[in-house]
Design a protein around this ligand. Structure first.
Ligand SMILES: Nc1ncnc2c1ncn2[C@@H]1O[C@H](COP(=O)(O)OP(=O)(O)OP(=O)(O)O)[C@@H](O)[C@H]1O
Ligand SMILES: [Mg+2]
Length: 288
């Protein structure tokens, strides 16, 4: 894996052959031999003096889908935000502990955040396309990363829109406003926009919860098909969805006013034979 740059090369030095060759999406291999991609140790997070996360330690495995579940306010979004340093943008947010992405210390003060957020992309609950055309939504982040060649921009755009199953729906109106798309189409466009930057990790914060059931099923199917090619961490309140798509699951809970990780393991184990009684109560619907 290409390391995160602490001092990024100037855009014009970027290799022109750094083009995209994604084929049609297919589900990746099952995660039978997990390899740690992100390692989180003793992560704590405060907003001012209010604790939001306390001593979270877990490993995220390469190519797998990890679902984070737990009741509202237990710190799931805060956890995702710490992973790609969106927390840097929140005044009074203090993070302690260690996060490593392979060997890279993601908490290093001189880390190049543009590169970090290319490698670890974020998808939000409510799709947030830029108030621009469909085409410009895909092109803008690519241009920001120094890719300006028209043929490359077009090829990448077509590829990622195909990957999210949107190409046939939009190929005749690429210059129309992205905000004219339906909610589900907008969410797939946002995923395509993230994929255009060839991320290693996708953080998804309740990506289906603002969608109608049919669009939600389409996006869920897409996420499932990304497994193996990308490492995905998804926050969801939909336990059935977590069960359907995740390889691993982490259960968060609020204890002594701060979010903590109660249990982490293979998804099947968390849902079918949890070791902690709180996990059992939550997945069985009697708590939370
Ligand atoms: N910007 C902020 N400033 C102050 N407190 C915050 C901020 N963001 C979150 N919090 C607090 O931190 C705690 C964890 O919030 P967070 O949004 O991470 O929880 P969550 O598990 O994602 O909840 P939900 O399931 O409702 O999205 C909550 O008590 C919340 O009020
Ligand atoms: Mg949240």
């Amino acid at each position: 894996m290409k390391p995160l740059l602490l001092n990024p090369a100037p855009a014009e030095n970027k290799s022109p052959e750094n083009s995209y060759t994604l084929g049609p999406l297919q589900s990746g291999p099952p995660c039978c031999e997990p390899k740690t991609l992100l390692s989180v140790k003793n992560l704590s997070l405060h907003y001012g003096d209010k604790p939001a996360l306390k001593n979270i330690s877990l490993d995220i495995y390469e190519g797998c889908i990890t679902a984070l579940i737990g009741p509202s306010g237990c710190g799931k979004t805060s956890f995702l935000s710490a992973l790609n340093r969106l927390t840097d943008m929140i005044p009074n947010c203090h993070v302690t502990g260690n996060i490593h992405f392979n060997d890279i210390d993601l908490r290093a003060p001189n880390l190049d955040l543009l590169t970090l957020r290319r490698d670890i992309g974020m998808i939000f609950q409510k799709p947030v396309p830029f108030p621009l055309s469909i085409r410009r939504n895909i092109e803008l982040p690519l241009r920001e990363h120094g890719i300006n060649k028209k043929s490359e921009l077009n090829a990448t755009m077509q590829q990622v829109l195909q990957d999210v199953g949107l190409w046939e729906e939009v190929k005749d109106r690429l210059d129309s406003p992205a905000q004219a798309l339906s909610g589900g189409q907008q969410q797939r466009l946002c995923i395509a926009r993230a994929l255009a930057l060839k991320p290693k990790v996708l953080l998804m914060d309740e990506p289906c919860s603002a969608l109608d059931p049919i669009s939600s099923a389409v996006v869920e199917d897409l996420i499932k098909r990304l497994q193996g090619r990308y490492t995905i961490i998804i926050v969801t309140h939909n336990l059935a969805q977590a069960k359907r798509i995740a390889n691993y699951a982490g259960f968060f809970w609020v204890s002594e006013r701060a979010g903590c990780l109660i249990e982490f393991g293979q998804c099947k184990q968390i849902f079918e034979s949890p070791t902690h009684e709180l996990t059992a109560a939550y997945v069985n619907g009697s708590r939370g």
